[in-house]
Ligand binder design. Structure first.
Ligand SMILES: [Zn+2]
Length: 296
């Protein structure tokens, strides 16, 4: 009974100071939460924005490296095995880690690309969804799907349902309107991107399609393509070259120099925020600001 009284006393104090979190020690609370492990950081941003404090969210691929080339370490594989849910894009994207992701039991594995397959099927009925036809390349569709707020909301829904939680949007219509207005002045600007990876962002905010130095998987292109890109750049009066931190900037800087235009960073893997997970809305807002910066 003595214990009960002491506990009751502290509860009373905590209640007075508006803090009742003491009842469960923070560490015990952490360990009882489900653990979600994602491949890339933007997927962790989406999962965290959806699940908030109801799960611990981690990512395994260092944002500063290209996820198309990343080979999983033994410690990564262990993390995946210990997770309650694993979130990845799909074998078209995490190409060199696909085998390990596919080894995760299906009921624990959430494949983001499956959303695209679903929404392209429902697209015939609903025309206002996502345009996929623009990004077709050799082997299918643009896998950088986290850059579409519409698809990010669908992915958030899938994650929340996986844990039996009520569905909420992580990117509101209000935010979309704010960003559309913000981006309106640069809508018709021409530019060059580092690799063909921001198609979904371009589509979502109705920006001008990009010329690209590298292909969709970040591979360098031949000298002829490089030469043609310079010609195209001149013809289209491009005014900026975007550099992605994870792909090295030598080729982008050379083109910018040849065309006498500035470069700017577009941080689609959220390298700059390190281990921190910003909200999905602030991540997309950050990309919009970086996009605008290129033209100032
Ligand atoms: Zn990419």
């Amino acid at each position: 009974m003595k214990h009960y009284n002491i506990a009751f006393y502290y509860f009373g104090l905590a209640f007075l100071f508006g803090n009742i979190a003491f009842t469960v020690p923070a560490s015990a609370q952490e360990s009882s939460k489900p653990v979600v492990v994602t491949s890339i950081k933007p997927l962790a941003i989406i999962a965290k924005s959806a699940l908030q404090d109801s799960a611990t969210v981690e990512f395994i691929m260092p944002p500063a490296l290209s996820p198309h080339d990343y080979v999983l370490k033994l410690s990564d594989v262990r993390k995946l095995a210990g997770a309650d849910a694993v979130l990845w894009i799909g074998s078209e994207f995490e190409i060199r880690g696909a085998k390990q992701f596919l080894a995760i039991p299906e009921k624990k594995r959430i494949t983001a690309m499956n959303i695209l397959n679903l929404s392209s099927k429902s697209n015939s009925a609903q025309s206002d969804e996502v345009h996929l036809t623009d990004h077709h390349h050799d082997n299918g569709v643009d896998p950088h799907i986290w850059l579409s707020p519409v698809l990010a909301n669908q992915l958030a829904e899938k994650i929340l349902r996986h844990f039996g939680l009520p569905v909420e949007q992580i990117f509101s219509n209000g935010s979309r309107k704010v960003l559309e207005d913000l981006l309106a002045p640069v809508k018709n600007k021409s530019y060059i991107v580092h690799h063909q990876g921001i198609g979904h962002f371009i589509d979502a905010f109705k920006l001008k399609p990009a010329l690209s130095i590298r292909d969709m998987l970040g591979k360098q292109q031949g000298a002829k393509t490089q030469y043609n890109l310079r010609l195209e750049g001149k013809k289209n009066a491009v005014s900026c070259v975007f550099i992605e931190p994870q792909h090295g900037d030598k080729d982008a800087k050379a083109i910018a120099k040849d065309l006498s235009i500035p470069t700017a960073s577009i941080d689609i893997l959220a390298v700059a925020s390190g281990d921190q997970l910003p909200s999905y809305e602030s991540y997309i807002y950050g990309l919009a600001k970086q996009f605008i910066n290129c033209f100032q």
